[in-house]
Design a protein around this ligand. Structure first.
Ligand SMILES: Cc1cc2nc3c(=O)[nH]c(=O)nc-3n(C[C@H](O)[C@H](O)[C@H](O)COP(=O)(O)OP(=O)(O)OC[C@H]3O[C@@H](n4cnc5c(N)ncnc54)[C@H](O)[C@@H]3O)c2cc1C
Length: 326
């Protein structure tokens, strides 16, 4: 394979960075932990890398005047996991960040990059020209599919790889994006897209848009939240199954719920079935078990990943029960 050959640009401003992205085959370079691997392995090519790493105003975690928090897209995963503010007010996000990869990758990888990273399907990452790479076939469908999705698959069966995105969806975070004309704000729950919408893209971003900030609403005292990740190995690994929970309790009754699965679908998957089932109920053992059942009712496992169905069921049941006692 010929080594990748590209120009490397370090724009001085955000506007300049957006402008640089207008040329064809330009890519954003943040921490590079995902991008450089993709280029090395020929997953896609680039003629120009636009480095945003020194746009310092895109770093940091700060309280906003409305009591929420603004996280700059260049904040590293390690900074997020170690932030007292995030640990205290948004524990599911701190946990999700702490579960990402290894210490080295958390030190280098950024939150913006974590949300925009490419999927980990070994066909997509390998030499196969699959649907997501402009081919005409999803090789995982009747191939080696033990790590693929059980929900939301349709034409391509990737799982969404980020451990921070499910918590952001559960907290109703908003993602701010800079584009050629202006900024736009997108709810975290609408940021990632399903393969049936566009099989070659993972997010709503256009090629010349940059994620600049992530906004979390003010912490809500009656809500409890958590993130749990199950993986094959205790060293770095992507989620086989995961769940971010944000539940509002009135006494011991669930008044409102966000239940977002990782490792299940091509996007962070909001399990409306579980949310609806537990709302208005006390979270006792029977409710938790039936809610967990509802989570996988619509699952369509492939040949090698049926194990994910009982895995999700057990994990969701355990997490709901833990939350009822928190
Ligand atoms: C071995 C390994 C294990 C991993 N395990 C996990 C894991 O368990 N859980 C998990 O969540 N992640 C995991 N990751 C992924 C890792 O967290 C991401 O690689 C990292 O967060 C990406 O951040 P980055 O700044 O390095 O992004 P980059 O590599 O610079 O960019 C990644 C992608 O996002 C785009 N991008 C970057 N920043 C922006 C922005 N601000 N706006 C728009 N687009 C942008 C780039 O163009 C590129 O396509 C793993 C990665 C590796 C290599």
């Amino acid at each position: 394979m010929t080594p990748p050959n590209f120009a490397y640009i370090q724009p001085k401003s955000l506007a300049d960075a957006v402008g640089q992205l207008r040329s064809p085959k330009a890519r954003i370079h943040a921490g590079g932990t995902d991008l450089l691997g993709c280029l090395r392995d020929g997953v896609f090519g680039a003629e120009k890398l636009v480095s945003i790493g020194h746009l310092d105003h895109l770093r940091g975690i700060k309280r906003t005047p409305d009591g929420g928090v603004r996280i700059g897209a260049l904040t590293t995963i390690a900074e997020l996991a170690a932030s007292g503010l995030i640990q205290q007010s948004y524990p599911a996000l701190a946990r999700g960040a702490a579960e990402v990869a290894s210490p080295q990758l958390r030190n280098q990888g950024t939150l913006g990059g974590n949300l925009c990273q490419k999927p980990r399907c070994w066909y997509y990452r390998g030499e196969f020209v699959c649907l997501r790479k402009g081919g005409n076939k999803c090789y995982a469908y009747d191939g080696e599919n033990e790590y693929h999705c059980i929900l939301g698959g349709s034409v391509c069966f990737i799982t969404h790889p980020s451990d921070t995105a499910p918590a952001l969806v559960a907290y109703d975070a908003v993602i701010r994006v800079a584009g050629a004309k202006d900024f736009r704000e997108v709810p975290a729950g609408k940021f990632h897209i399903l393969p049936e919408e566009n099989v070659e893209k993972e997010t709503i971003l256009t090629p010349d848009e940059i994620v600049t900030d992530i906004f979390l609403p003010a912490p809500r005292p009656e809500w409890r939240s958590s993130y749990r990740k199950v993986r094959a190995r205790r060293s770095w690994d992507f989620a086989l199954a995961g769940v971010a929970l944000a539940l509002k309790f009135l006494g011991d009754v669930v008044d409102e719920a966000r239940v977002v699965l990782s490792g299940a679908a091509p996007i962070p998957w909001r399990s409306r079935e579980v949310e609806e089932f537990i709302t208005g109920k006390r979270l006792d053992g029977k409710t938790a078990a039936r809610a967990a059942e509802a989570a996988v009712k619509e699952a369509h496992p492939l040949k090698n990943n049926a194990y994910k169905v009982p895995l999700f069921r057990g994990m969701i049941e355990e997490e709901l029960l833990k939350m009822s006692k928190a």
